[in-house]
Design a protein around this ligand. Sequence first.
Ligand code: ADP
Length: 518
Amino acid sequence: MTDSPRPYRADILAIDDTPENLQLLSQLLSDRQYKVRSVTKGKAALRAAQAAPPDLVLLDINMPEMGGYEVCQRLKADDRTRQIPVIFISALGETLDKVKGFQVGGVDFVTKPFQVEEVLARIETHLQICFLQRQLQEKNQQLQQEIRDRQRAEEIFTKAFRASPSPILITTLDEGRCLEANPSFLRLSGYGREEVIGHRLSDLNLWLDADHFAKALKELQQAEVLHNREFELHTKAGQRRTVLLSVELIELQGHRCALTIANDITQRQRLESEFISLVSHELKTPMHALIGALDLLSTGQLGCFTDQGQQMIAVAINNAERLVRLVNDVLDLERMKSGTLTLHPRDCHLPDLFDQARSVMQAMAATAQVELVVEPVEVNLRVDGDRLQQLLTNLLSNAIKFSAPGGSVWLTAELVSPADSPSGQPGTAVHIMVSDRGRGIPADMLDVIFNRFQQVDASDARNQGGTGLGLSICRQIVQQHQGRIWAESELGEGSRFHVVLPIVLPIAVVPAPGDSSP
Ligand code: ADP
């Protein structure tokens, strides 16, 4: 038996009509540190037991008025005293007497004259059994309460999970295997439950930019939670939805899992972009008129200005042109994001594209006293030439802007094996690099600068005439060509922008919802 010590002194009620016996027992038990109450009559014993239930009862059988069997029966009939172990101590030693003792609820029987050690051993054994039983009952009750609490929590969670209007998905972190998806998620993705549960996200081809998503999951392992990250989701029907994902790391069935809650912002974005397009168009006409008027003033045809006046007009023209650039960039970006600016792929000779980019940027490079080094690779690409030109000039103009006079900017390319081509796309790819030895970009900004209006330094817009939209546009162009773009940099040493594009555009660009172009 387990020898777990009781945290209290046991209270024993001894009942015997012979005072000498009682005294002997009392002395014996008190010597062993038990608390003892002694009574000589059955009725008094019942009252004492009900008033303060003892831990154990030692009970004589032959007593006047109320015998030991009856006392025991009454103790067992009362809820307050039912659990108390009763040991009979009697001179009656016949088997039948013992059997009756057990029948009325006794746990043991000691025959007088008794052996002290034997009585003590039996008392201790029954106290221990009783104590362990009580402990077991308490544990049991505790466990039952825990089970009830868990069932309740599970029920609440299951109901909330099923009824949530937000799409929710639970996936394992290592493999990206789906463990659970709520009905809202299934509605959003267009897949049936059986097509999702147990399958890997990569097999479902759910994210338009799987690398971007994989990177976010890596980040999650450190940060434990990500809030409102924007992703493009492919539905089963091939539609593109824009979602904001909040992802939390959780532990489920021994697996580290990602609990992903999505917020479908496709509709909101469409309205936003329609609004932006409308406002931008309305801005463009007056801005062009303004620049025209300022240009006319600067020629002096309408009267001469002082030097200071000329300077002011130059500042005004400069700022007005910046505003037009901003409006154009915003419009381009919105058209690309909404899918209304579709690609017109054709075979383009990469060295020709590089040459065009060089001639467009030559004037800016000369003004900034930066040397342009162009080293193409001999290959024909199936791309939208105008968009690729926009990509190259954006990257080159940044590289020139952030280089010191006397520096160089490199535009280079190399062919890469399929393993280096964008995720899962077969065929050879071309890797284009734009490198500079300029001021560099802090490590924590290398991803962020591809988001709208993100600039390393708030003064970049003012000093460098930038809009903070160039790289965002570059990313859109590269994504539309199913390629990949990223930046590497070392502060004070320079930056390198990488673009990997498939040589043959693998499949038609997935149309955005509402895009009616072929
Ligand atoms: P901007 O119109 O401001 O150049 P971009 O989206 O093209 O907008 O670039 C965002 C920001 O990234 C820039 O404002 C600048 O802070 C940083 N950046 C981009 N290219 C470079 C580069 N080659 N060297 C240093 N910083 C750069």
